[in-house]
Design a protein around this ligand. Structure first.
Ligand code: SF4
Ligand code: SF4
Length: 389
């Protein structure tokens, strides 16, 4: 029979997930705003004897859109025949489709929620960064901040935008409609800039699905940081190979065949439960369950932003660093790290896996030798970790 502490872990996890689903359903119904769901592309009506004005009316383009699509500036241009334009039929259709697609992207976004979310993300990043720099992240603060991230960025403000969808939707839209949506591109660059500044700060503290996985994992640890139900560290080579393959396949299919393989299984839809398909629900159940035993399974094994962020992380200015003068080689930091990241950072003997800037290693070091600071990582003195490693 399951002992009480193990049963408590399961109960807390079920309660957390049920609360996320139930409250997300409530918030999407009452404050979802416009459904962030693009319409199917429509066929463009074009005849050589049409005037530009008629062409615009038939296809739902106003003057501003006609100007963007066909490059007109003067009123007399709108009376011209399609046959008189210096563009081929194919060029007109392609340019019109892109203009309509761009206008649809703008029209399907909730322009109240998005700026609020971006503002709060920046506040959260600044708060987490400050705590990290001061070495003041404790287990209890971390849990409360994760809960805040899940509640605010996921439950209340929804599944979109997210660090992942800024990347996947950019690629998918480029493949399907040949356009780049500028606000999303700017957001993606901001997320990558945050990663270059301070490791995976955005994934660690701001991603609504990343923090949910993290909190589930930590619910399965006791107050001393030990696993209640056995937890595993999966070799990074395995998860990263899988993740790179998902990224390559997703990009190739999206750009080559306009096929989005992430959307049907996108686990962020836990915050928009009415949009979850049966396949999506099955994948979500597996990820949520696995999160109790393996650290951030979606981030490590599938997330396209996780992969790109891991590459960007290599150039991070602020990161976890070890002072080997005071380090006593007890390896408490690498044992406490939920993944194999700290072992690689501590021993500097292999490629470092994703570091989510959670500061568990900083918190447990008995000599204060681990910090979140600026600069290159030092190499450990030779022989420091040979015994017992
Ligand atoms: S890697 Fe994880 S935390 Fe980062 S965007 Fe993907 S799901 Fe979110
Ligand atoms: S415990 Fe691991 S993941 Fe967390 S900050 Fe340290 S090295 Fe990074």
């Amino acid at each position: 029979m399951m002992d009480r502490s193990k049963a408590a872990v399961v109960l807390k996890a079920v309660a957390l997930v049920a609360a996320v689903i139930g409250l997300s359903m409530f918030f999407t119904r009452h404050w979802g705003g416009k459904m962030e769901k693009p319409r199917a592309p429509k066929e463009i009506v074009i005849r050589y004897d049409m005037t530009v004005n008629e062409f615009g009316r038939e296809n739902g383009l106003n003057m501003e859109m006609l100007e963007k699509a066909l490059g007109f500036k003067e009123l007399k241009d709108y009376g011209k025949k399609i046959s008189d334009l210096p563009l081929s039929e194919q060029e007109i259709v392609t340019r019109t489709k892109k203009t309509l697609a761009m206008s649809e992207e703008f029209g399907t976004k909730n322009w109240v929620k998005i700026p609020v979310k971006i503002g709060l993300w920046l506040v959260m990043m600044a708060a987490a960064f400050r705590l990290l720099r001061k070495g003041a992240v404790t287990s209890s603060r971390r849990k409360w901040l994760y809960l805040a991230s899940i509640s605010v960025f996921g439950v209340v403000l929804g599944n979109e935008p997210s660090p992942m969808n800024t990347l996947t939707d950019t690629i998918a839209l480029l493949g399907a409609k040949g356009i780049i949506f500028p606000p999303r591109m700017v957001m993606l660059l901001v997320f990558l800039a945050i990663t270059v500044l301070a490791n995976k700060l955005i994934c660690g503290w701001g991603c609504q699905f990343g923090t949910l996985q993290d909190l589930l994992f930590r619910l399965n640890r006791d107050s001393d940081g030990k696993s209640v139900i056995s937890q595993r560290k999966v070799p990074f080579a395995v998860t990263n190979t899988l993740r790179a393959a998902v990224f390559a396949l997703f990009t190739a299919l999206a750009l080559g065949w306009s096929m989005d393989i992430i959307s049907p299984v996108n686990p962020f839809k836990i915050y928009n439960p009415l949009m979850v398909t049966s396949l999506g629900a099955a994948v979500l159940a597996v990820i949520v369950f696995a999160s109790l035993f393996v650290y951030r399974p979606w981030c490590h094994a599938a997330c396209p932003f996780g992969f790109i962020g891991w590459l960007a992380e290599k150039a991070s200015v602020f990161k976890v660093r070890v002072n080997y003068t005071t380090c006593i080689a007890c390896e408490k930091c690498s044992k406490a790290c939920p993944s194999t990241a700290m072992e690689a950072i501590l021993k500097q003997d292999r490629t470092a896996p994703d570091c989510f800037s959670c500061a568990t290693c900083v918190e447990v070091c008995p000599t204060g030798s681990v910090s979140f600071s600026k600069g290159k990582r030092d190499l450990p003195p030779q022989g420091k970790f040979t015994q017992g490693s």
